[in-house]
Design a protein around this ligand. Sequence first.
Ligand code: HEM
Length: 158
Amino acid sequence: STFTKEQSQLVIESWQMVKKDSATNSLTFFTKIFEIAPGARALFSFLKDSDVPFDKNPKLKAHALNVFRLTGDSASMLGEKGAIDALHPKLKELGKKHVGYGVIAAHFDVVKSALLSTIESLLPEDWPAEKKVATYGAWAQAYDELAGVMINEMQVVR
Ligand code: HEM
């Protein structure tokens, strides 16, 4: 499927909104992940082995931003023919690491839902509905692209 310059632009524009209040947005993202899949909490060593409250944990923010940032990178590269391939070695390596963390393919759907509803929660109210829909669509497509590479590699190493 094709990814247009307009889609890249929408992701870049909304990424600025993620970054503007990254602490709140990271927390929203993780709260949604654990609402959908409470068991996923046990995977994160920085939650199990820490006395720091959930909402104050700096590593939680780091993982949230990693997911947002890589999806954003994927989106900006998808707009240019062939450029996404440059990201593949890094994503395959990440896929391998996630097997080690105990992550399974189904978790990627959970993270996708959490990502999209976090994006939804921060888009300006006055955006026309079609612009909002196009924005989620672009994030969804960019996420599917990178998750696909990671999951594929997870199945290879298993
Ligand atoms: C760690 C990115 C999806 C769970 C990491 C790291 C990155 C990352 C960059 C740090 C790796 C390192 O140590 O070098 C991503 C991206 C994802 C994704 C881009 C999706 C596109 C997921 C999913 C889960 C997950 C679906 C499961 C719910 C974890 C866990 C760690 C981790 C448990 C280790 C955290 C720790 O205890 O230190 N991820 N991740 N990730 N990720 Fe993901």
